[in-house]
Design a binder for this molecule. Structure first.
Ligand code: ADP
Length: 269
């Protein structure tokens, strides 16, 4: 597997240069990779336990993708098994009237995890330079300023102790077609099928351009984007699990020191 799928700050992202079919050279099938994913999940559980106890770090994980890209799958398969007490998932939908009455980062800032928590954003402030741009929901003059504002906002979070991991789940247009057809044809998946997704698919090119700009302009040393090859779900899960485990390891965490005399404490009857 590549060391990292992180975008180097300052490089211009062309998504056609990033292969969504990539599965590295370490594993050749889902079956082989499954063991490794299980190992990583166990590691993640252990690390999260120390993170919760130590009460020092905050970790924010941002997930962005085209429809069917696998955000829900990542939350289910990668985060599965970690203690729900230390984890918060926030899904960002079309903003409410109250949210629209504020600046676009208002609802985002409130959902940033506090100390000891892992926060997962299912969609995020990036929608404000993606769907908003593609559908002209704000004038160009307005959304153009947002890249800089987002970088400054993420710098503030980083400077005040939040570690940020951003994952773009990169699927191909053909793969999206297969997944939409599978939703259409599978009774248990039909509830996920939305005619709205078919409409959005027509804007594929505009979305790719918007993603390329967001990935280029908002890959910073303090909050890099990772472009995750996501046509193969097992590989996508592996890349993300590894990146999260490496990040948690880098926190170099310790359980807090126990109260003095704990070993000899007598528990009264
Ligand atoms: P998901 O596709 O994430 O599973 P939904 O089907 O409910 O969930 O879609 C959420 C919708 O909210 C998406 O179409 C997304 O583009 C939209 N959305 C999220 N944030 C914004 C925003 N800031 N402005 C406009 N639309 C947004």
């Amino acid at each position: 597997m590549k060391d990292s799928y992180a975008v180097k700050p300052g490089t211009k992202v062309k998504l056609s240069d990033w292969d969504p079919e990539d599965t590295g050279d370490e594993f050749h099938s889902k079956k082989e990779a499954e063991k490794e994913l299980e190992r990583l999940r166990a590691k993640m559980r252990d690390l999260q336990e120390v993170m919760f106890a130590e009460d020092k770090h905050r970790l924010l994980i941002v997930l962005q993708a085209m429809d069917t890209g696998g955000k829900d799958g990542v939350i289910e398969h990668v985060m599965h098994g970690i203690n729900p007490q230390g984890c918060q998932v926030t899904s960002f939908k079309v903003p409410t009237a109250e949210e629209l009455a504020h600046d676009y980062l208002w609802r985002i800032h409130q959902a940033v995890p506090g100390r000891r928590y892992i926060g997962i954003f299912n969609r995020s402030h990036y929608e404000d330079v993606l769907v908003v741009r593609v559908h002209n929901l704000a004038p160009e003059k307005v959304w153009k300023q947002r890249y800089k504002q987002i970088n400054q906002f993420e710098k503030l979070l980083s400077d005040t102790g939040t570690t940020i991991l951003k994952f773009y789940l990169h699927i191909s247009k053909d793969e999206q077609k297969r997944r939409l057809e599978s939703r259409r044809d599978t009774p248990d998946k039909q509830w996920k099928f939305s005619f709205g997704d078919l409409k959005e698919r027509q804007y594929w090119g505009a979305y790719m351009a918007a993603y390329e700009d967001a990935l280029t302009r908002c890959s910073t040393p303090w909050a890099p984007w990772h472009i995750v090859p996501a046509n193969k779900k097992w590989y996508r899960n592996l890349v993300i699990a590894r990146t999260i485990v490496e990040t948690l390891k880098s926190f170099d965490m310790k359980y807090p020191a126990p109260e003095e005399g704990v070993e000899t404490a007598v528990v009264p009857d």
